[in-house]
Structures are given as C-alpha cells and as structure tokens.
Design a protein around this ligand. Sequence first.
Ligand code: TXA
Ligand code: MG
Length: 327
Amino acid sequence: MVLSEEVKVLSGDAGVQKTVEMLLEGQCVALPTETVYGLAADASNDTAVDSIFSAKQRPTDHPLIVHIASAEQISSWARAIPASAYLLAEAFWPGPLTFLLDKAPQITTNVTGGRQTIALRAPQHPMFQRVLIESSLGLAAPSANRYKQLSPTTADQVVSGMQGRIAAVLDGGPCRFGLESTIVDLTSTELTILRPGPISRQELEEVTGKPVLAPNEHDVAVPGNVAAHYQPAAMLKVLTVNELESSDDGATGFLVWSDSAVQRLIDAHIPEERVIRLADNAQEYGSGLYSALHRLDALSVSRIQVERPPAKDSWAAVNNRLLRAAG
Ligand code: TXA
Ligand code: MG
C-alpha cells in the first residue's frame, strides 16, 4: 500500500478518539509505547494484520507481538498458561516485558507468522492503554519502522521513516525506555530470554524464583532474530577507544560514552557536530541510543563509529541492538 498523503500526526484526546475509530475500521496507526513506537492494527482482523506486514515490508513469517490491556486478557489469546506468566505480569505489567506462550486454538496464524505460539505484552504508555481500553481490541504492533531499519522513538521519526506507507501516528512524546521490550519464552519449564530488553534477567529470576536462560541471540531460532537488524543507513562499527578514528575524514559520525573517547576525538580534531555522547549508565544510554543513531544518519555521514559499551549484564539489551545494527 502506498499512500500519497503525508502521515497525519494525531495528538491529545481527539487524537486518541480518532486512533480508536481508525483501528476499529481495520486501519493501521502508529502508536507510542514506553519502548518504541509501534505500528498497530486489530490483531483479530487478518486483513488489518496483513496491512502491517505490507506497510513495513516485513516477511509474513515474522510474528507480531499482540498488545493487551492487562493480564486478564492473556487467556483470550493463549492456552496452557503457566503460573509464572501471572507472577511476571503482576510484577512488570503494564511494562516492557513480552511473554511467548502457546496460542489459543481460535487465534489465526496471520499474527503469529504461522506459528503455534503467540507473543503478548501489556504496554505502559497511557495513550496506548486508553486506546486498548476504549477499542476493546488486542493490537498487533511491531516497531513502526520499515523492515531491518532503526526503530522510532519519536513521532517525527515515524513520519520520516514511514512516509507514504501509513495514514497516521498518534504523538505521545519521546519513548521512555527507547529499546524494545524484553521477550521471555514461557512455553517450556525452563524460562528463556529471546530478546534482552529493559527488564533484566536478574529481575525475572527474582520474581519467578527460577533460573532464566539468556543464550547468545545467534544460537536461538527466532524469526526476526536475524543478524542484520535495527540498522541506520550509515555503516556502523563498534570499536574500542583506541580503535576510533585518529584523524578526521569528514564522513564519520561518532557515538561515545567515556571521557577517554571524548578526549581522543578532540585530539583527532573531529568537529563536535559529528560526535554524540550518551550517558555511561545502561538505562539512560539505552533510552537515547536510537535517537542518537537517527540524528547521526540525518547528518548523512557514511560511517558511524560507536564506542564499545561495557560487556556487563546490565548492558545486554544495548549490546544486543548494537551487534545487529553493525550487521
Ligand atoms: O517493545 C516492543 O516489543 C515493541 C513495541 C512496539 O511493543 N515491539 C516490537 O515488535 O519490538 P517487533 O515486531 O519489532 O519485534 C517482535 C519480536 C520479533 O523479533 C519477533 O520475531 C518476536 O518478537 N516474536 C513475536 N511473536 C513470536 C513468536 N510467536 N515466536 C517467536 N518470536 C516471536
Ligand atoms: Mg522491530
């Protein structure tokens, strides 16, 4: 579907009402969540779900997350629900945590990419919550970017990335976490993190009282878990401080977090406008990462050099996204 009009930016109460109407008509609308903007449509309407895949140019075997208002709706979408799902929902919902469960028999496989499992999450953003409650729908919503590109964390980024491909975005301000939800597989007795995110392995272990596996992402067969993902237009490399460019070639942007990296770039006479410094703690760094990459892309640099973040557990989500951004 190619639309000739501009992406309409909806806001406030009237924007929420319009969004609900459009979703009930089977249209796609981009919505704010606390992680990234999602491209939402009625998850029980196969035609609406198909239009998400075509707007994103995403292969139809890459399953979508279904967003629900609260744990009460889990049983409408999933079956054989383990107690851990309710424990985790109690602790982290609404919030940036997605469960993989066996799908309920009546759910068609358009939204699950042909699989017998379903991903469910209750998002925290108040506008998304209102849309869920006022529409009484479950909403399929992948990140509101074209396949393999950077996820949007502001309405402006949705507009520029999805121009001509979607009718509207509901503006809910910048996303608080800035990285996609943690996905945890609850379909077997061993709990496994399929995608690291804002909720850490340790937090999941504390609530469930069970060990949670966090295999290297390349060992797990999850559609969408491809090496090249979350990519800016410029070629991105993750480097140690000493590997960062030591002289200016005029075409490289930099993303750093440490004093020593900043000093190295000053010594190399790299102009400030091509250097972005993020915080040296994982939470703040994560919330600024995609916006920083969008900004560097907007400078039309051909390369982005990223200072390697610490290899600690708390940085797992950031390191996971950078690994794929580097392809
Ligand atoms: O924070 C988030 O999760 C955001 C916001 C919009 O909620 N959504 C998001 O969706 O990141 P998306 O489609 O970009 O990523 C969903 C991931 C994909 O890697 C997909 O393969 C995995 O979830 N997934 C969804 N359903 C699955 C299933 N049935 N089996 C395995 N993986 C699944
Ligand atoms: Mg995505």
